[in-house]
Design a protein. Structure first.
Length: 337
């Protein structure tokens, strides 16, 4: 028998039990008082908590009931809250308030199955040796929650709190920022076996950019809270991450110099070389990134980028067929000034 608790503040309508008629072997409890909910949780442990109330009360409940970090939770939110909604743990999902009964039942069954499944446990106080970034990737891949995203899915937004560290398993994710005129500026492209979302060492750092998928992607993710615990237990990892971030800053400085002083043709060739491993593969089926996005990475206009591609094609350095670009002479491409 599964126990489902629905919490809704007094000024919100209760959940209709007939909406859950498809579910079997469960008991259902509705609570509309923060005090009653706190008292209830002190005596019973629900299999699922459905929450429709303020986030302030939600935070208080978690602080006084740490066992909720192991309990599946479904938050019912408005569309305007979607941009600021943050999961409390890996078994926390949301449902927009204009839901159907089928949507509600589907979410509940998914979360109840999560509770029964052998899902990865949160990081424990038991020390795990993770001396470097590659070991961290292996840990995320083995212990993290696997997530699938469709194409054009917004993963997180600029100036919002970040809850997770991600490891890309398959697909392509871009990061970008908006300038004062509302133009999108691409800041990075993340591919297989790359870590996304490393923006600081606080529990929930602020994202300086927006991330979205360029194609259907699969990732593993861990909570920032767990990541912080790993760092505390593994000083060697902290040093390796510091070196990684230093190398990233040096690489970005070099790119900034190229964007400021390099020729348009050099900027185009540097952008193509970022994808050299893919482009030199004869089975490569073509870019999933638009010419406009590639031009943004290069720091030039789409028209200039396309003209540069034509020049490189005429010189026999690359070949172009539709969206497919292949490198024919990588040495000449690297020697362009």
């Amino acid at each position: 028998m599964k126990y489902i608790v629905f919490f809704s503040e007094k000024d919100l309508s209760p959940l209709k039990v007939d909406e859950l008629s498809e579910l079997k072997d469960y008991e259902f409890e509705q609570i509309n008082s923060f005090k009653k909910l706190r008292s209830f949780l002190n005596t019973k442990k629900p299999d699922l908590l459905i929450w429709r109330g303020s986030t302030t009360c939600f935070s208080k409940i978690f602080k006084s009931n740490p066992e909720l970090y192991k309990t599946p939770i479904l938050s019912i939110i408005t569309r305007s809250d979607l941009g600021t909604w943050q999961p409390q743990h890996s078994k926390h999902r949301y449902l927009l308030r204009a839901y159907s009964s089928a949507d509600l039942v589907d979410k509940i069954e998914t979360l109840l199955n999560l509770k029964e499944a052998k899902i990865p446990k949160p990081y424990s106080t038991q020390k795990i040796t993770i001396p470097d970034i590659e070991s961290l990737k292996n840990y995320i891949r083995a212990k993290g929650e696997e997530v699938f995203w469709e194409k054009n899915k917004v993963v997180f937004k600029e100036n919002r709190h970040s809850s997770f560290i991600y490891l890309i398993n398959k697909g392509l994710v871009k990061t970008s920022r908006m300038d004062q005129l509302g133009k999108e500026l691409i800041t990075g492209i993340y591919r297989k076996n790359e870590i996304l979302g490393l923006y600081g060492f606080h529990q929930k750092p602020i994202c300086p950019e927006t991330a979205s998928t360029l194609e259907a992607s699969t990732v593993h993710r861990i909570l920032y809270r767990d990541f912080n615990e790993i760092l505390k237990e593994n000083p060697e990892l902290s040093l390796d991450l510091a070196q990684h971030l230093t190398d990233t800053v040096l690489r970005l400085k070099s790119q900034l110099l190229d964007m400021a002083y390099a020729s348009v043709l050099k900027k185009t060739s540097n952008t193509i070389l970022q994808f050299a491993d893919d482009l030199e593969n004869p089975d490569f089926q073509g870019f999933k990134i638009s010419r406009t996005d590639l031009a943004s990475i290069a720091g030039i206009s789409p028209e200039s980028f396309i003209r540069s591609l034509s020049c490189l094609k005429k010189e026999g350095i690359i070949s172009i067929k539709g969206k497919k670009i292949n490198i024919l002479n990588s040495e000449r491409l690297q020697d362009i000034t």
